[in-house]
Design a protein around this ligand. Structure first.
Ligand code: ATP
Ligand code: MG
Length: 331
């Protein structure tokens, strides 16, 4: 096993106000190694963004981490002060988001924004910062760095803006990059280019990446390990090949069947029946039981534990061992 950069243990993240309290993430455990990509996959509302904002210390007002441990480079970062967290975000962790155009400030040039990012972390001269900014723009594959440096975000395409956001993120030389749906707002060819770029810079910077997406197809190419989340819980964690070739959670199986495939002429694309349960009112037992083709009475009554099938494969399903032995056909 490589060097573990981030270890999240049994994370519970809750929203609380005077009237109600509910958990958006519960019992979440995963780790990210240096130079490796962890994909976090799940439907809308499954808690992917809240899990990553918990790690970054950027939860919205009424949200807080209620349980668990977040170890970054071995230190429990939940014990850090806001100032220390800011430092960590500036120097060791960075993030890029779904909407690159909105994430940039429209009234400043690209150059000014990268320089500002560089100068908040480093005491260097403005000239040196400019050189570094141009080098970063080149690093993220921008063909004419001088021109883009002087441009305003609204003058650039979505794909270009995402490259600029990646340059801003890289300005602090992070060890860990969170990419939350980084390509969802872009068209397909640009999506592929941005994923290629992430792979390239990961090698160059030897960075760990947490790639968040609702689309299992996106992580198929780039992730080393995958966490499948459903209704705030991790349902399955395994190396990518295991997730795709021998998934042991019926939800993972359904997600894989839902990926459109060019070579298969299925008449209709498969989709998992039913809807994600309301976060304020989960069913007793397994959270997936209302949609699961393999659910038994036990599944409706008792929450399944996170079963370790082997050192690298964990599944939250009462029937995981039967599925692993190949004894159960889906549907
Ligand atoms: N500010 C908030 N106050 C209350 N609940 C919130 C808030 N932000 C998010 N939630 C709830 O927390 C749950 C998890 O949300 P989260 O944004 O982490 O989901 P996600 O997996 O990132 O979804 P998506 O794919 O749509 O981005 C959702 O049920 C959401 O409605
Ligand atoms: Mg999200």
């Amino acid at each position: 096993m490589g060097e573990v950069l981030l270890k999240v243990n049994n994370l519970k993240m809750v929203f609380q106000n005077k009237r109600s309290s509910f958990a958006a993430v519960e019992g979440l455990t995963f780790s990210v190694e240096r130079g490796k990509t962890l994909g976090i996959v799940g439907e809308s509302g499954s808690g992917k963004t809240m899990a990553s904002l918990s790690v970054l210390g950027l939860l919205p007002n009424q949200g807080r981490v209620a349980e668990g441990e977040i170890l970054f480079d071995g230190k429990n970062i939940l014990e850090l002060s806001e100032k220390e967290m800011q430092n960590l975000r500036g120097n060791e962790m960075a993030m890029i988001f779904q909407d690159p155009v909105m994430s940039l400030d429209q009234i400043y040039t690209v150059g000014d924004q990268i320089i500002e990012a560089i100068l908040t972390h480093r005491k260097i001269s403005k000239d040196e910062a400019k050189k570094r900014a141009l080098a970063l723009l080149e690093d993220v594959g921008i063909p004419n760095p001088e021109r883009v440096y002087r441009s305003y975000p609204f003058e650039l395409s979505g794909g270009m803006c995402q490259r600029v956001m990646i340059a801003v993120a890289l300005s602090c030389n992070p060890k860990l990059l969170f990419a939350d749906e980084p390509t969802t707002a872009l068209d397909v060819t640009v999506q592929a280019q941005i994923m290629e770029l992430l792979k390239k810079i990961q090698k160059e910077y030897d960075m760990g990446i947490v790639l968040i997406t609702h689309d299992l197809g996106v992580v198929a190419d780039v992730a080393d390990d995958i966490v499948v989340m459903y209704a705030g819980k991790s349902m399955e964690i395994a190396p990518k090949e295991v997730i795709f070739n021998s998934p042991c959670h019926p939800y993972t199986h359904g997600l894989i069947r839902s990926i459109p495939q060019l070579d298969k002429k299925e008449e209709r694309l498969y989709s998992i029946q039913g809807m994600v349960p309301d976060i304020r009112n989960f069913p007793p037992g397994c959270r997936f039981c209302t949609r699961c083709p393999l659910a038994l009475d036990e599944c409706r009554e008792k929450e399944p534990p996170f079963i370790e099938l082997n050192e690298k494969h964990f599944v939250r399903c009462h029937r995981a061992e039967e599925i692993a032995k190949g004894g159960l056909a889906h549907e």
